[in-house]
Ligand binder design. Structure first.
Ligand SMILES: *[C@@H]1O[C@H](CO)[C@@H](O)[C@H](O)[C@H]1NC(C)=O
Length: 493
């Protein structure tokens, strides 16, 4: 009823007059635009703070909410946002005057059942940006925002499924959680993860942009052990990929799960050893890998590196990459007494068996294959589902055996030394294979007499062509006492 009759009344006079005066115009819109400009600078914000201007703008905002004047509401939220950017006086004033409640009421305007329209999206966006700025004020501010909006209002906003609002929502949630154990605990609960899952659903369907969601996922997945519950909540049956290159398909391969895995991979590239990894996270990734190898078609000729655009292959590739990064970080752990603890739990859960089996089932690299007489070229051979797969598997093995005698021994007992030697070649598709292969074999030899003897015997018998011996840092020498050949570590001896 009221909606149809636009009210001329914009605000009472005691609100309008200061806006006209400070905004330096008798045109309301112009005055607001001028104030928005003024509040862009630190001095401008401070000046307006010293005359206690923020309560006037808040009051004006309230009036626009009740009269549903969306255009003026957007301008006033924008002004509040600028006022609260890194200006503690305004941030404090905003909390004292219950500004969070005003913004929450503005969010009530979202009409979820109907098409929300661009204006509403703008209102939500500026409102969230404002709250994000307010959170900068400290713990009290973070709590005021969180406890007013979590979970209902956040759920409603996440439900809009628009990139424009979803990105800023991640920002606000991150800013609320940053440094607060209490809030983090709530976010890690069922309702909190449901909101994050909605944000991931939106983000996984658009071009990635803002980094706030990545920061949020890092915190939740890598540090707070929320990875598995979040991951599983995004494996929705019915949202399956149909693809000829898969033997079957599995609900763990969705756009959303691929998104989470790839974004965590990126975090490793960016933050590397600053991440504080949990054992649960590592074991969960292994669980996913074990499951996805069952649905990937290894006879599929690899067309490209990651991402291939085939969900199951990408989920496979990103889980192996995550394991490589996890093992790398664990084997290089600065706290020596803790180094290898995550790797050991992964090994206890069958990581090494899985990797060696994967490698064994592949074709040898093309250069080695050419040297083997080909009777049955008609037979289909496994090439690995994406370019770089072989290298990634070898890299995980290399990190696991780095300085770990029991792993070196286990690889020998599994008769896999020759298998790894075969990876020390230049592969036309995968330039890094040789580097990782050499490094893996080197890690098998250092400090392990039995492994050195086996390799020396292979060289003598010519059963293995080891052109890379010098690259491995070893040399074959005759032992003058026993008359037997042995490997000498050139870098150490
Ligand atoms: C999280 O909080 C810390 C400490 O208050 C701050 O230094 C850091 O910049 C914040 N992180 C982000 C991404 O804003």
């Amino acid at each position: 009823m009221e909606n149809k009759a636009p009210l001329k009344f914009e605000a009472p006079e005691h609100i309008l007059v200061p806006l006209f005066v400070s905004g330096n115009s008798v045109n309301l819109e112009q005055a607001l635009e001028n104030l928005i400009e003024t509040a862009k600078t630190p001095e401008g914000r401070l000046n307006l703070a010293s005359v206690k201007f923020l309560p006037i703008v808040l009051e004006f905002t309230r009036c626009q909410i009740s009269s549903s004047n969306h255009h003026l509401l957007i301008l006033s939220l924008k002004l509040l946002r600028n006022l609260c950017a890194a200006e503690i006086l305004n941030q404090n004033c905003f909390i004292e005057e219950d500004g969070v409640d005003v913004v929450a009421r503005a969010f009530d305007l979202i009409s979820y059942k109907t098409n929300s329209g661009d204006k509403i999206i703008e209102i939500v966006r500026f409102g969230l940006e404002l709250l994000g700025n307010v959170c900068g004020g400290g713990e009290e501010h973070q709590a005021a925002v969180w406890f007013r909006l979590f979970p209902v209002v956040f759920e409603d906003i996440a439900g809009i499924r628009e990139k424009k609002t979803s990105d800023v929502l991640s920002m606000v949630i991150y800013n609320c959680c940053n440094g607060s154990k209490d809030i983090m605990r709530q976010l890690s609960g069922v309702q909190g993860l449901h909101i994050v899952a909605e944000i991931v659903r939106t983000a996984s369907r658009v071009v990635p942009g803002e980094d706030w969601l990545f920061l949020l996922l890092d915190k939740l997945c890598l540090e707070e052990s929320c990875f598995l519950p979040l991951f599983l909540s995004l494996t929705t049956p019915g949202d399956l990929e149909k693809n000829d290159h898969l033997k079957g398909t599995d609900e763990i391969c969705t756009l959303e799960t691929e998104f989470i895995l790839s974004s965590l991979c990126e975090s490793f590239d960016e933050y590397g050893n600053k991440l504080n990894l949990s054992k649960e996270f590592a074991l969960s990734v292994l669980r996913i890998l074990k499951r996805v190898v069952k649905v990937v078609d290894f006879f599929w000729r690899p067309q490209s590196e990651l991402p291939t655009g085939i969900l199951a292959i990408d989920v496979l590739g990103y889980s192996i990459n995550l394991l490589r990064n996890i093992c790398k970080q664990d084997s290089l752990n600065i706290r020596i007494e803790e180094s290898g603890t995550i790797i050991n739990s992964l090994l206890a859960s069958g990581l090494l068996d899985l990797l060696i089996d994967l490698l064994r089932e592949l074709d040898p690299p093309s250069i080695i294959k050419k040297s083997i007489p080909q009777e049955d070229t008609s037979m289909q051979l496994k090439a690995g589902p994406y370019i770089g797969f072989r290298r990634d598997v070898v890299a995980v093995i290399a990190y696991c055996s780095h300085g770990m005698k029991h792993v070196q021994d286990e690889i020998r007992q599994k008769d896999a030394i020759l298998l790894l030697l075969q990876q020390c070649v230049t592969d036309e598709d995968d330039e890094l294979l040789r580097k990782y292969g050499i490094w893996a074999v080197r890690n098998l030899l250092v400090g392990n007499k039995e492994n050195q003897e086996i390799l020396a015997a292979m060289v003598i018998q010519g059963s293995a062509d080891v052109p890379a011996l010098a690259d491995l840092g070893f040399q074959l020498k005759l032992d003058p006492y026993t008359g037997r050949a042995k490997l000498v570590n050139m870098l150490r001896d």
